[in-house]
Design a protein around this ligand. Structure first.
Ligand SMILES: *[C@@H]1O[C@H](CO)[C@@H](O)[C@H](O)[C@H]1NC(C)=O
Ligand SMILES: *[C@@H]1O[C@H](CO)[C@@H](O)[C@H](O)[C@H]1NC(C)=O
Length: 462
């Protein structure tokens, strides 16, 4: 999630949490002793619009934000039901082995095959100098439980803050890393690494011919750490790391009684369009295409509700234009009121997938070459249902095929939540990051030697 969208979420979330908390019948909420609150404010405009679209929905039943797993049928009368699929937290490296094997190990494999004496810190700096110095990219140094940022031209010394322009996603990640390494310095290796939080990868696999995009470096001589990459026909060689933005604001799990959910597939977001083309949908942007179909085609509108945050103007083949009216921004937890949520690519992978998995709804995910650090452990048909496998309209067939299989749908929703609970909470992300860095430094010939010579200046934030 990027830009104004995220700011809006930040602005709306406190109101929403307040709304939920004040109307919650659950005694657990009362246990969290909080100061008296002002009366709830009216729901934001987008929610009001949604209430108009679904007047028969039980809007007075709140979405429950929960630290603990509950039964899928959770509702006012079945509060104590426990999930029929076991939920466990990943609390150590051992609990995360499968995630490491299915994701990190694949990212490391090409680097472990390299001639180690050619993977050097000097080459890492050479690579950084070829990049234009973007707000979303920094060279990061960790030493003795402290973190600093290095200038790409190595003339000036280490800095403690991410100086402007600094992408908020990068800034959040640096803040979390700094806290993590300071908490347990001995658990973190000393390392210097290039961190890329842009919406794209940097390192394509060798032997893939011409560069695929302006932002790609081509094959990299040394690894960089990125948030997304392509993993299909092209296998980018970036090492993927978890994002942390928004992580602390979200609750681990959200619930809404399955039987009361609105029988639609919901999406609210901005009209970002992916940069890769698909054989069956060469110029189709999933977000705007589905918004278009929701607006114009009653057969689609019965099953799918895709709305853009802002008014969106489409161009018709005859040169005319048509405005698809805005449906506004809806805070993520409110999407739990729907049976299905849609995971549609933004420019590349969308970090909202982790949030969608935490709602007890079925995630319908667009098949896409873009992945984040954990995607290779997600099993279609188990943790989510996939579409865009054959045709740009196949979403409708998927929904029509499963919609009466309630038991299966509840299982998919529960498996999705179970995955999010085990692998996507802040502590699991911290462990994954730590593992990445321990393995990353081993790929270099001279990492210890380089870091031993570095000095991080004393400073208030250290
Ligand atoms: C590895 O790289 C070094 C330095 O370029 C070179 O001297 C050495 O022969 C290479 N080893 C192999 C097995 O290619
Ligand atoms: C969308 O357009 C309508 C009609 O022009 C306008 O009233 C409304 O404020 C616009 N909504 C947004 C979110 O821009």
């Amino acid at each position: 999630m990027r830009g104004p969208h995220r700011q809006l979420l930040a602005a709306l979330l406190p109101t929403l949490v307040l709304l939920l908390a004040t109307s919650l019948p659950d005694p657990a909420a009362a246990v969290r002793a909080e100061p008296p609150r002002p009366p709830p404010s009216p729901p934001p405009y987008a929610l009001q619009l949604m209430m108009g679209l679904y007047p028969n929905h039980e809007w007075t039943t709140p979405v429950l934000a929960s630290d603990e797993p509950r039964g899928q049928t959770w509702g006012p009368n079945s509060r104590n039901s426990t999930p029929h699929i076991p939920f466990t937290l990943a609390e150590s490296d051992e609990d995360l082995i499968q995630l490491y094997d299915e994701n990190l190990e694949l990212d490391l494999a090409p680097w472990r095959r390299r001639n180690r004496s050619e993977v050097t810190v000097a080459r890492l700096f050479e690579l950084a100098e070829r990049l234009p110095g973007k707000a979303s990219q920094r060279m990061v140094l960790i030493k003795g439980g402290r973190l600093a940022l290095l200038m790409q031209n190595s003339n000036s010394g280490p800095m403690l803050e991410c100086e402007k322009p600094c992408d908020p996603v990068l800034d959040d990640l640096i803040t979390d890393l700094r806290i993590w390494v300071a908490q347990s310095p001995q658990e973190w290796p000393d390392a210097v690494f290039f961190l890329n939080t842009a919406d794209t990868s940097l390192c394509q696999a060798p032997g893939e011919g011409k560069r695929r995009s302006k932002t790609s470096l081509g094959p990299c001589p040394v690894p960089v750490l990125s948030l997304v990459k392509e993993w299909e026909r092209h296998r980018d060689e970036d090492i993927l790391v978890p994002i942390t933005v928004g992580m602390h604001k979200a609750k681990p799990l959200y619930y809404f009684p399955w039987k009361k959910k609105i029988d639609r597939a919901i999406f609210r977001g901005t009209e970002y369009c992916h940069t890769r083309q698909y054989g069956y949908a060469p110029d189709t942007c999933s977000r705007t295409y589905f918004a278009h179909m929701t607006h114009l085609n009653p057969d689609w509108a019965r099953f799918v509700d895709v709305g853009m945050v802002d008014n969106y103007t489409t161009r018709a083949p005859d040169g005319g234009s048509q405005v698809i009216p805005a449906r506004g921004f809806v805070p993520m937890p409110e999407l739990a009121r729907f049976r299905y949520t849609l995971a549609l690519d933004g420019i590349t992978a969308s970090s909202r997938l982790a949030r969608l998995l935490s709602l007890n709804s079925v995630v319908l995910k667009q098949t896409s070459p873009w992945i984040e650090w954990y995607y290779r452990s997600l099993v279609p048909g188990t943790h989510y249902l996939s579409f865009w496998n054959h045709h740009r309209t196949d979403l409708l067939q998927v929904i029509k095929y499963v919609r009466h299989k309630s038991k299966y749908l509840v299982d998919v929703a529960t498996h999705g939540q179970q995955f999010a609970y085990r692998y996507l909470l802040p502590n699991a992300r911290r462990l994954y990051w730590r593992r990445v860095l321990h393995e990353y430094v081993k790929v270099f010939a001279d990492m210890d030697e380089y870091v031993a010579k570095q000095v991080i200046p004393a400073g208030a934030s250290a």
